[in-house]
Design a protein around this ligand. Sequence first.
Ligand code: ACO
Length: 150
Amino acid sequence: MGTGYSIRRVERQDYEGVLQALSALTTVGSVSRTQFEETVDHWNHVKVSSEPEILQYHPYVVLHGEEVAATGMLFIERKLIHGCGLVGHIEDIAVSLHHQGKQLGRALIDHLTNLGLRHCYKVILDCDERNVRFYEKCGYSRAGVEMQRR
Ligand code: ACO
C-alpha cells in the first residue's frame, strides 16, 4: 500500500467512514450509529471455533490517515464436509471513489485472503462480470455459477 495508508479491523468509531465507503458498492440504507456499534460488537465476539480461537467475522478498513478509504469483510463458515473444514467468504468490498485505482482494492483482497487461508481450505467470493478482471489480478479464478432468489 502507498505511503499514508494502513489497514486494521473495523472499530465502533468508523461509523461514518465505513458507511461512506460502502456507498461505492451499493445502497446502504438507514443504519443508525447505535445499530452500527451493535453490529461491530457482534462481529467482535462471535467465534467460529474456540480451540483454536477463531472469530467468524473479519471486517477491515484501509485508512488514509484517519479517513476510511476502503472496507471489506472476510466471513468464515464452519462446515461438516472436508472434516469440519472452514470456508472463507469475501464480502462487501468497497473502495471510496476518489481512492479507486491506487491498488487499495488489491491490498485489501490480499490481506483478507491471506487471513482466510490461515484457517480455511478455500476462500470464495461472488462478483459482477465487470469485476472479474480485478479479482483475476488478485489471483482468483472463475468457479461455479452464482444463483439467487429474492
Ligand atoms: N476491471 C478490470 N480491471 C480492474 C478493475 C475492473 N473493474 N478494477 C481494478 N482493476 C485492475 C486495476 O487496473 C489494477 O490493475 P494493474 O495492477 O494491472 O494496474 C488492479 O486491478 C488492481 O486494482 P486496484 O487499484 O487495487 O483497484 P481498486 O482499488 O479500484 O478496487 C474495486 C477495485 C474494489 C472493484 C473498486 O473499484 C470498487 O470498490 N468498486 C465499486 C464497488 C465494487 O464493485 N466492489 C466489489 C464488489 S464484489 C465483492 O464485494 C465480493
